[in-house]
Design a protein around this ligand. Sequence first.
Ligand code: PLP
Length: 387
Amino acid sequence: SLKFADSLSRLGTESAFVVLARAQELAASGRDVINLGIGQPDFRTPEHIVEAGIRALRDGHHGYTPATGIPALREAVAADLHRRHGAEVDPGCVVVVPGGKPTMFFAVLMFGQPGAEILYPNPGFPIYESVIRYSGAEAVPYPLEEATGYAFSAEDVLSRITPATRLLIINSPANPTGGVTPKEEIDRLVAGLADHPQVALLSDEIYSQMLYDGREHVSLLRYPEIRDRLILLDGWSKTYAMTGWRLGYAVWPAAAVPHVTRLCINDHSCVNASAQYAGLAALTGPQDEVTAMVAQFDARRRVIVDALNALPGMRCPDPGGAFYAFANVEGTGLTSRQAQDRFLEEAGVATVSGTSFGAWGEGYLRFSYANSTDNIREAMRRIGEVL
Ligand code: PLP
């Protein structure tokens, strides 16, 4: 029999994909399934972006590009970050990769090894814990709690730093909670990091353009004092409804760029060229479709949060960003896994259990509201029947 490496036993997964597979299986057998499980915009990629991708193929962009991305795209990312966050970014520090996930993997591989500790949010995006454990580093969770709107507490995060801490991962607006950490808390975190110069920071800002009720995104790029240790992750998947194109980027500390370049060359050579040209059109073209998509998410957010709070035994604070509602289901008498399974099997509504995002997600269920308001209303009605 095959002798797989021990490290594979430490690699986790993203349960949303397991739920998606089961939902598709049920749908294939004729069931009417409403998918509030997967974290993917239900919109089409805006037409001018699709056209740019097609044009790139027709124009003969069929070869390798530079490993870190075509220069025009890296420059457009820097200009976009300046426009949105007022930050000066050297295009030479922008590295384009196939989606948001590779930046996570590379950052963790760059700092993680046996003996190192890496801090990450729990409940949080499951890939953080998975790749930390895969690297051999110790995965050290910090909590995100309903009582504080799922914002992190700087004091709590800082208290978990030890001399072995090499990387701290933060994510706001957050998956799975929709939580947005307020500026004062981020100020406190950055101030506290001055005492821990060996700690690098991965700020996952993939939902940076999805904020509601007048909230403004506070990018970690706004803090020059940590720029030499900041990895700023963002991308096209969520903002431009481009999950299947596989395109993302990060701004890296200058000292890390040669390392991440070699990781890119070893891993994927470069992102496919047509996606890069599409991404360039996304950043340099009109942004009105982004605004329209966010307005739609906001309307759906209001519908789902009101409906969740009206269900017996369920409770859900207002999510400030992203497109997730993280509901407390303790009052239903169901564990989060039972709620996930029963809502899918009995009501045909796919959701993801809180425990898919870490042990501290027990008692919660994630609803992605990247679906039509009609479907959301119908899903809530069916869940009401099960309850
Ligand atoms: N970061 C967070 C917090 C996410 O929720 C996701 C996707 O669900 C990603 C990163 C990865 O995005 P991509 O599909 O671009 O790899």
